[in-house]
Design a protein around this ligand. Structure first.
Ligand code: HSE
Length: 441
């Protein structure tokens, strides 16, 4: 049988990695897919740059700067979108779908923001949109959630799904660095981009979490409902105090089935240091999925990079090659649940989320200060799990000290109300730093 022809849109890290892996492993891939998979066109903004990256002059003719020509080419069966962003990529993906082509994409932002429109278009046209590479790079988490765990009612997902921030947090903890210094180091080593905003402010993680939440709970992708807090304001002292109390701080994406809805949130989170997730260091990714039948499962690996991401893209190309002749109704649904069976369970606002809390505040070292604070917490129905008071000599030489309080699980809006009362006390001389914590047990 003739190989299925792929049009690559973009030839950056992921596009060129995909090209390399497909060529290197072509024999095994063919034996798995039942048919060869061949890159027939490569569309790029700068053809000279792409040609320079190809090691064989005979391949130069594949390269074009005409993206529309690739998406419209009748010989192309699968369009692999590796451009990124939500504008040109959206137009090209929708055009490919309208032309009856299957799409493979690594674009998390595109699916988190425009997923509903794209999946509806694909469903109407009977084509597949595959996106394993969009979440946690090489970790086959989409496959696991959508197929391997399909028997389960998923209770929660908690993931380290951004390598840049995990690298920065590891550096801050291991070397006692502040955020700005750790970010600069990450940029020098190529772990963080020149404009790191999407990574450090949690947006990239929220894109990935939004996609996973849809597959886990059978709800539409709702990026606009995600609560997002990054790590740029995280102080080195909190990493240190958390460690003193037996916790590590990670940027977690958490999607949880709660009583009144679904929690969808990305923020720095204290987790007990003995948990496997707490020991995922450097740029690695890991995702815990807890299902009612299976219990907790953990997926670990590289969340970025040319070949780890290509591993996921090629897996999707193989899936599409195997399934493109199947009746569309018999394929695995894009978001795991049948499109007419999506649920309208609400995404909860952050006020309605339940969590443990880490509270740090600076107080005057005078009689009764602690009693005043604990009274407010008790009156608010907030139970204290652990408490740390530094010797004032250690903190500022004598007059003031830091208090750190860890609470049991409670509603976020109750904690916020208690914090307002605590900050109004005359003995409290700082704002309260609040971080959320998860026991993950
Ligand atoms: N920038 C991402 C990360 C990889 O640092 O994990 C691509 O989503």
């Amino acid at each position: 049988m003739e190989p299925i022809k792929v049009g690559l849109l973009g030839f950056g890290t992921v596009g060129s990695g995909t090209f390399t892996v497909l060529r290197r492993n072509q024999e095994e891939i063919k034996r798995r897919a039942g048919r060869g998979i061949e890159v027939a066109r490569i569309a790029v903004r700068n053809p000279a740059k792409a040609r320079a990256a190809l090691d064989d002059d005979a391949l130069f003719s594949l390269v074009t700067d005409n993206f529309d020509a690739v998406v419209d080419d009748p010989s192309i069966g699968i369009v692999a979108e590796m451009i990124g962003g939500t504008t040109i990529a959206r137009d090209l993906v929708l055009r490919a779908i309208a032309n009856g082509k299957h799409v493979v994409t690594a674009n998390k932002a595109l699916l988190a923001v425009h997923g509903t429109e794209i999946f509806e278009a694909a469903h109407a046209k009977g084509v597949m949109v595959a996106f394993e590479a969009a979440v946690a790079g090489g970790i086959p988490i989409i496959k696991a959630l959508r197929e391997g765990l399909t028997a389960n009612r998923i209770q929660y997902i908690a993931g380290i799904i951004n390598g840049t921030t995990n690298y920065i947090l590891s550096e801050m903890r291991e070397r006692g660095l502040d955020f700005a210094t750790a970010l600069k180091g990450a940029q020098e080593l190529g772990y963080a981009e020149a404009d790191p905003t999407f990574d450090i402010e949690g947006v990239d993680a929220a894109h990935k979490l939004t996609i996973m939440s849809a597959i886990a709970f059978g709800v539409p992708v709702q990026f606009e409902r995600a609560y997002i807090e990054g790590i740029s304001k995280l102080a080195a002292i909190d990493i240190k105090y958390a460690e003193d109390l037996g916790y590590r701080i990670k940027l977690l994406g958490i999607a949880r089935r709660a009583e009144r809805g679904i929690e969808l949130r990305v923020h720095p989170t204290l987790i007990p240091a003995k948990r496997l997730l707490a020991n995922v260091e450097g740029a690695m990714n890991a995702v815990v999925v807890h299902g009612d039948a299976v219990g907790s499962t953990l997926y670990y690996g590289k969340g970025a990079g040319a070949e780890p991401t290509a591993s996921a893209v090629v897996a999707d190309l193989v899936d599409v090659t195997r399934l493109h002749t199947a009746d569309p109704e018999h394929r695995v649904p894009h978001l795991a649940f049948q499109p007419d069976s999506l649920s309208n369970t609400p995404i909860l606002s952050i006020d309605e989320v339940t969590s443990g809390y880490y509270l740090r505040l600076r107080v005057a070292d005078v009689t009764g200060v602690l009693a005043g604070i604990t009274r407010i917490l008790a009156d608010s129905g907030i139970s204290i799990d652990a408490l740390l008071q530094k010797e004032s000599e250690e903190v500022d030489g004598g007059d003031e000290t830091d208090i750190v309080i860890i609470t049991h699980e409670t509603l976020e809006k109750n904690v916020n109300a208690a914090i307002r009362e605590i900050e109004a006390l005359s003995t409290v001389v700082s704002k309260v730093t609040k971080l959320r914590m998860e026991a993950l047990n």
